[in-house]
Design a protein around this ligand. Structure first.
Ligand code: PLP
Length: 455
């Protein structure tokens, strides 16, 4: 069950880990106290730890292993590409077929008129790239005053300097003197459970959209470069927008000639049941950032894809575009992403082919709403959330010794063989999109048990 664990014991690995490894988003004293869990291998929708436990990965890693673990076709694609051309760059040549084919494939799958693609390695890099290219666009258009970016409370866009500044999770800012100038966050987040009050969902939509328009007017529409949003907010709490929200946001962006930027790092590549979240909401962004599911996480690769005047202006500008990375269009990463997309197409993992399993997943998730500490379940596609409450009627927060109960529930999940993530009192699910109905049953049974133990 722990195929990659060699002779060291868990304790030896933990000691070495705490001696040398700085983890992302981690309180290291806490980690040292408890000792890190050590993942040693994975297969299908399961991961294995160093204690021999088999754990259903309800988070697809970090929302990314769409086609599950241990896929030999991806291993072979990587190996072949590595033998053929382990590395070359795109700075002065096009070196191999993979980056070209992948750019064309992304253009084929993306919504609207998107037809230009630039590669990077992480979601954050894609976000920083999009931010720079949008600024560059407005400079080329002779509107250099358009430098203000509008984001939202609770947004997550990554952790490099620009991306973290765009985040509306304010806890991410003080340690690093962020946000940088020129970034505005709209409140309220389109989070009906928390912010909807007595409004109907439709009334709440209008409140949220008006808040965006008000912010544009406050900043001055002629100064606004772009509005950025995740089609479904992810790391901020898996928050699908209220009804009709995105169509109305799109109309506001068009009204003021503002670039509409969808950050699809989570929503892209089948997470919502469509290739892209923008297709789920029937909108056509000018620019999309993507990563994670693009390669099912098997290789670090991200992309910025754009269309229309934005793409044309940048492509046809007669000066050098002074931006790019050593690993932009890395052949091995592109080969893996191409094979990953080919598998999703061939195995009917998106659209009609996913519908039955998505309906089942959503039905089973909704069945947890009768639990005494569940204030709401919500979801779409292969995304789900469970709100923990002390009181179903008042939505009073569920706290244990002054802290949100989500963390405790997460530990109960782990100890019962399920990975669920917690953001405050919100439990989040984003399983591999290959998950079967039997595995969905197992997931929901384990989730219920964790809720029982938390209550
Ligand atoms: N944008 C969104 C919407 C994300 O969810 C994430 C990561 O979760 C990022 C950007 C950053 O991606 P990365 O962690 O690969 O830098």
């Amino acid at each position: 069950n722990a195929p990659h664990l060699k002779s060291n014991s868990t304790k030896q690995w933990q000691d070495k880990d705490s001696a040398h490894l700085l983890h992302p988003f981690m309180s290291h004293p806490d980690l040292r106290k408890k000792g890190a869990r050590i993942v040693t291998g994975a297969e299908g929708v399961y991961i294995f730890d160093s204690e021999g436990n088999k754990i259903l990965d309800g988070m697809a890693g970090l929302w990314c292993t769409q086609i599950g673990y241990g896929n030999e076709e991806l291993v072979e694609a990587a190996t072949n590409a590595m033998r053929q051309l382990p590395y070359y760059n795109l700075f002065f040549m096009t070196s191999q077929p993979y980056a070209i084919e992948l750019a064309a494939k992304i253009a084929e799958k993306a919504p609207g008129n998107i037809d230009q693609v630039h590669f990077a390695t992480s979601g954050s890099e894609a976000v920083d790239t999009a931010y720079k290219l949008i600024k560059y666009y407005w400079n080329l258009k002779g509107q250099p005053q358009r430098k203000q970016f509008i984001s939202r409370d609770r947004a997550y866009h990554g952790s490099t300097t620009v991306a973290a500044s765009l985040c509306g999770l304010t806890g991410m800012h003080p340690q690093f003197d962020l946000p940088i100038e020129g970034i505005h966050h709209v409140s309220p987040a389109p989070y009906y459970f928390e912010n909807g009050g007595d409004l109907t969902p439709e009334e709440f939509t209008d409140v949220c959209v008006k808040a965006i328009e008000d912010k544009i007017l406050e900043v001055g529409p002629e100064n606004v470069a772009a509005f950025v949003g995740e089609p479904v907010m992810g790391a901020g709490g898996m928050i699908p927008p209220p009804p009709g929200y995105w169509k109305k946001v799109e109309a506001v962006c068009r009204k003021y000639g503002i670039i509409m930027w969808c950050d699809e790092v989570i929503c892209g590549w089948g997470r919502t049941g469509e290739w892209f979240g923008s297709q789920y909401f029937d909108i056509e962004p000018d620019i999309i950032t993507m990563a994670k599911g693009l390669s099912s996480g098997y290789q670090p690769i991200s992309a910025v894809a754009m269309g229309g005047d934005l793409a044309k202006t940048i492509r046809d500008g007669d000066e050098e575009m002074v931006h790019g990375f050593t690993y932009s269009g890395h052949p091995v990463a592109c080969a893996v992403a191409l094979k990953n997309i080919e598998i999703m197409e061939r195995d009917n993992l998106i659209g009609e082919g996913a519908k039955d399993r998505i309906d089942y997943f959503q039905e089973q998730l909704a069945s947890l709403s009768d639990h005494p500490i569940v204030g709401e379940t919500r979801g779409l596609g292969f995304l789900g959330a469970i709100e923990l409450v002390k009181d179903k009627k008042t939505k009073e927060r569920f706290e244990v010794e002054g802290s949100d109960a989500g963390f405790i529930c997460r530990e109960h999940c782990f100890n019962n063989g399920l990975v669920m993530r917690s953001v405050g009192n919100t439990m989040i699910l984003s399983p591999p999109i290959i998950i079967t109905k039997d595995e969905i049953d197992e997931l929901v049974t384990k989730a219920r048990r964790a809720l029982d133990l938390t209550a």
